[in-house]
Design a protein around this ligand. Structure first.
Ligand code: UT7
Length: 326
């Protein structure tokens, strides 16, 4: 059974927050942010815009490209760490917005690797015949869980969504393989301490101790990210009997330019074959890879027969890769 990507889409808030804007909020500089991360600006959701807002719009665009109607969708998998509500799932809200009345819908939690995990789950549904048309969406409103007084984290993140339509079909771009990995030993190096059952939002101490915000040991995460993304990428290459030279475009999770450069260098993929857009959007967690894939597609960066290697790393730790033949 062939598993194909038949449509891509993305959606970003209109509001831009530049490094110069951040200089007014915290003790930072454009020079520090640019040299340490590569980020120049990020998009921030306006009042009345939520994770479901961007997810639904990205999904609409992907379905339009695929020529698929909402009632043809069998399954909606939405990856997010910033759902509209703890429950119901944001996927169900998106199902309602789209009118995808025949779909089963659920959210998936794998932080920045969530889109790759979503592809992997969707691939299994399609290969087993349990579904024929699936929406996989990564959508985040990280600006709502960022401490805007913490310069260590507030300069890094942004909002937005990306989506793909996956089909068991003959037309479209082949999903050749997906691989997912988890290492729960490091769950507390990148997480949101509050709002779950350990530090409930209903306890005033959760708010007072600032537990509702993203907490990260940046240096440790950095080192693990480079090693793990290399491991996931090598697994994809080995599985498909490919060498780094066969990869036309590397589309890594967009967290830090230095992580991307180091990963590409370790793999032996030259910078002209590396897709980055983090200078414009920052780290949008699970939305970063589908947004980048959609932009690469719309910019004509992928030609028929090209191999695109998607590779992600995130909180959990989680990591993974997907290989697509365009
Ligand atoms: O998406 C999931 C995965 N996430 C990631 O992959 C993120 C991984 N980590 C990183 O990208 C980097 O570790 C950061 C960008 C978060 C930080 O870069 P770094 O080179 O590791 O810097 P650092 O944390 O070692 O901090 C260096 C210095 C510190 O000052 P002192 O202690 O040396 O005086 C920080 O306080 O830079 C300071 N600093 C800042 N200075 C100006 C931290 N943030 C800022 C800032 N502006 N925004």
């Amino acid at each position: 059974m062939n598993v194909r990507i038949t449509g891509t889409g993305s959606s970003l808030p209109g509001k831009i927050l530049t490094n110069a804007d951040l200089e007014q909020l915290v003790d930072t500089s454009d020079d520090w942010i640019t040299s340490r991360t590569g980020i120049k600006e990020r998009r921030i959701a306006a009042e009345g815009e939520y994770t479901s807002t961007f997810a639904a719009e990205a999904a609409r665009r992907a379905m339009a490209m695929a020529g698929v109607q909402p009632d043809e969708i069998d399954l909606i998998i939405l990856s997010t760490v910033t759902p509209d509500f703890p429950f119901p799932s944001t996927a169900c809200i998106v199902q309602d917005i789209l009118g995808a009345t025949n779909a089963t819908a659920f959210d998936l939690s794998a932080a920045c690797s969530g889109f790759i995990y979503g592809l992997s789950v969707a691939e299994k549904y399609l290969r087993s015949g349990a579904a024929r048309k699936i929406l996989v969406i990564g959508s985040e409103t990280l600006s709502r869980i960022v401490d805007w007084q913490d310069r260590n984290t507030c300069v890094l993140f942004g909002d937005g969504a990306g989506a793909v339509v996956l089909e068991a079909s003959d037309g479209g771009h082949s999903l050749l393989s997906t691989h997912t990995f988890s290492n729960g030993s490091f769950w507390n190096l990148l997480y949101q301490p509050g709002s779950g059952s350990r530090n409930p939002a209903s306890d005033p101490r959760t708010f007072d101790k600032k537990l509702l915000y993203i907490t990260m040991e940046g240096n440790d995460v950095f080192k693990h990210a480079v090693r793990s993304m290399e491991e996931a990428a090598v697994k994809a290459l080995e599985t498909n009997s490919l060498s780094p030279d066969d990869i036309s475009l590397l589309i890594p999770h967009q967290a830090n330019r230095r992580i991307i450069d180091a990963t590409a260098k370790r793999l032996g993929v030259s910078s002209d074959r590396m897709f980055t857009n983090l200078e414009l959007y920052g780290n949008t967690s699970s939305a970063s890879i589908p947004i980048a894939l959609d932009e690469a597609n719309l910019q004509g960066r992928l030609k028929a027969g090209d191999k695109a290697l998607l590779v992600a790393f995130g909180g959990g730790f989680t990591y993974g890769s997907a290989l697509i033949e365009w």
